[in-house]
Design a protein around this ligand. Structure first.
Ligand code: ADP
Ligand code: MG
Length: 255
């Protein structure tokens, strides 16, 4: 795992009078082995930062460094892996979940070790390895999201980017996915950029939190400090909007 650093990133969409700045001079660090939570209302630029990091959209200014170096995507390397809100967008409905996970494994493994690795990864996210032949449609939403996480881990990423991964899930199973994220972080020492519009979710998994509004970071610091003593009005608004405890979060049940 490595530190992921955004230095003075600016992303603009459109040209001329239609131009808009989605991300405005943002600097952020995902520390090695930690989870940085990125929180802010819809449209604040969170996904744009994630998409810029994985090279899906160009940045107009600034640079993105992994372990102090520009991100190397040569030779099919994918040092950053993303998990999205909707597992349907990352899982091909025509592929078995085993095949979906295997697809991201490094080249050059024998058949037997690919199979063993797929089973290990499914087990890691608490999906019965006997289900490798199942299709996404045979799984619940929470199970699909677990498979999407296993698939991302198959790429042996240095940093995992999770963009609203619990937002499409029933509130009753959000907690189980958050518990899984915590568990993986502890077991694997994952570095992670964890994005959500919901501060209640972010505070549960992130050691540090950055608050984004209108393309800018308005506040950043250790999660406990930001929650106990928010410095910005907008952070206080987000805090006030937290509905309370997330059902099932403390139970850690698996699906
Ligand atoms: P968030 O993830 O915080 O909800 P986004 O990063 O998706 O926010 O969007 C930030 C802003 O950039 C929004 O105003 C959105 O409409 C705009 N935007 C995002 N992607 C594009 C795009 N491909 N083309 C034009 N505008 C975009
Ligand atoms: Mg988004």
């Amino acid at each position: 795992m490595s530190e992921l650093r955004f230095e003075g990133i600016t992303v603009r969409f459109g040209t001329g009078r239609a131009a808009m700045t989605a991300v405005d001079d943002v600097s952020l660090t995902v520390p090695d082995g930690e989870v940085l939570g990125l929180v802010g209302e819809s449209g604040s630029g969170k996904s744009t930062i994630a998409r810029a990091a994985v090279g899906l959209i160009p940045v107009q200014e600034g640079r993105i460094l992994l372990g102090g170096r520009p991100i190397d995507v040569r030779h099919g390397r994918r040092p950053l892996q993303m998990v999205f809100q909707d597992p349907y967008s990352s899982l091909d409905p025509r592929m078995t979940i085993g095949a979906s996970v295997a697809e991201i494994l490094p080249q050059g493994l024998s058949r037997a070790s690919r199979r063993a690795e797929v089973e290990r990864l499914l087990d890691l996210v608490h999906i019965d390895p006997a289900r490798t032949g199942s299709y996404p449609s045979q799984l619940s939403g929470g199970q699909r999201q677990r498979v999407a996480i296993a698939r991302a881990l198959a790429g042996r990423p240095e940093v995992l980017i999770a963009d609203e991964i619990t937002s499409a899930l029933d509130v009753s199973i959000q907690g189980a996915i958050l518990n899984l994220v915590r568990e993986l972080q502890t077991e694997l020492g994952l570095s992670m950029l964890f994005i959500s519009h919901n501060l209640a979710v972010v505070r549960y998994v992130a050691s540090r939190v950055a608050v984004m509004r209108g393309g800018r970071i308005v506040e950043e610091g250790p999660t406990a400090d930001v929650l106990a003593d928010p410095q910005h009005d907008y952070t206080r608004e987000l805090l006030a909007a937290i509905p309370g405890r997330i059902p099932s979060i403390e139970q850690g049940e698996h699906l």
